[in-house]
Design a protein around this ligand. Structure first.
Ligand code: GLU
Length: 298
């Protein structure tokens, strides 16, 4: 209960700071940090479930991205990540009675999400994580809670005239190890020369210094990188896959998955999901919250 009150007063402080002005960037940071989550004060879960264990512990470990503006970006001042994925994780934690400040954030890059779930390094992963059958062999997914699509980012003015994946033939394109977009290029566009890093911010650096002609991954990740590029990059804007984002949980934990799906549906209903979007990815892209996707209770 103490932590709940503490969270509420922190939120009020955030509002006050925002109202007092300050730099625009500062205000944005306040907005993202100012989660409007209502932490449950009394929770009651069946003994032996993951929910009961986490609620009892009063903390949980969440894997997310640390270098993706709008979804999961580490704020060096607070040393915590900010973004839509981070807000989704906070909503789930709040239903377990866990306040945002009691979440331990672990950086998961694209390639280590399944192993981190498999070996228990994280309790769940919320990290622009596409639901697919290959991954479902190893872990399970709640959601989807968002639908992205693979797209391409190029230098401003599009000097190479890249309008879609077919135009990547003979070009140097950057993506990330262990990601669905990298796999798609390997499988379906083998004439592209693929450069792989562990995180997308390194692809952005490679595009900036001319080492590659293009970067490919989900449109919403690229939108965040374009927004941070000071006009150096642009999005082709022609998505060519479907990337439903799920919340990764350990394989076989059907109760935890069902609980997260319930929480997502409640957040759709209450407006908390749309509010989280507006304060994070929506604020960066200028795009209104879309209709949330139906969760898939497979
Ligand atoms: N959504 C894709 C994936 O899960 C690309 C984004 C990412 O690498 O996180 O692989």
């Amino acid at each position: 209960m103490r932590t709940t009150r503490y969270a509420a007063s922190l939120a009020a402080l955030g509002l006050m700071l925002a109202a007092c002005g300050g730099s625009e960037a500062g205000n944005q940071a306040e907005d993202a940090a100012d989660s409007n989550v209502e932490v449950q004060e009394e929770v009651d879960f069946e003994a032996g479930t993951t929910m009961a264990e986490l609620a009892e512990a009063g903390s949980m470990t969440v894997g997310t991205k640390f270098d993706q503006p709008g979804f999961g970006l580490l704020n060096p001042n607070t040393e915590t990540p900010e973004g839509f994925d981070v807000e989704i994780a906070k909503l789930i934690a709040a239903e377990l009675g866990i306040a945002p400040e009691d979440i331990e954030w672990t950086e998961t890059v694209s390639a280590n999400r399944e192993p981190f779930l498999q070996n228990g390094q994280v309790d769940m992963v919320v990290a622009t994580y596409t639901i697919n059958d290959a991954r479902k062999e190893l872990i399970d997914f709640a959601g989807p809670y968002y639908e992205a699509g693979q797209d391409i980012m190029v230098a401003a003015g599009n000097p190479e005239g890249i309008e879609g994946p077919e135009d990547l033939a003979g070009k140097n394109v950057c993506s990330v190890e262990g990601s669905t977009p990298a796999q798609n290029i390997r499988d379906n566009y083998p004439e592209a020369t693929l450069t792989l890093f562990d995180v997308y911010s390194k692809c952005a650096d490679a595009l900036a210094n001319g080492q590659v002609d293009a970067v490919t991954t989900d449109n919403v990740i690229l939108t965040g990188l374009v927004a941070g590029s000071d006009g150096a990059f642009e999005l082709v804007g022609n998505p060519f896959t479907e990337e439903p984002y799920g919340i990764g949980v350990p394989k076989g934990d059907d109760e935890f998955r069902a609980f997260i799906n319930d929480t997502l549906e409640e957040a759709y209903e209450s407006g908390a999901w749309a509010d989280a979007w507006d304060r994070t990815a929506g604020a960066i892209s200028g795009q209104e919250a879309p209709e949330p996707p139906a969760v898939d209770r497979y």
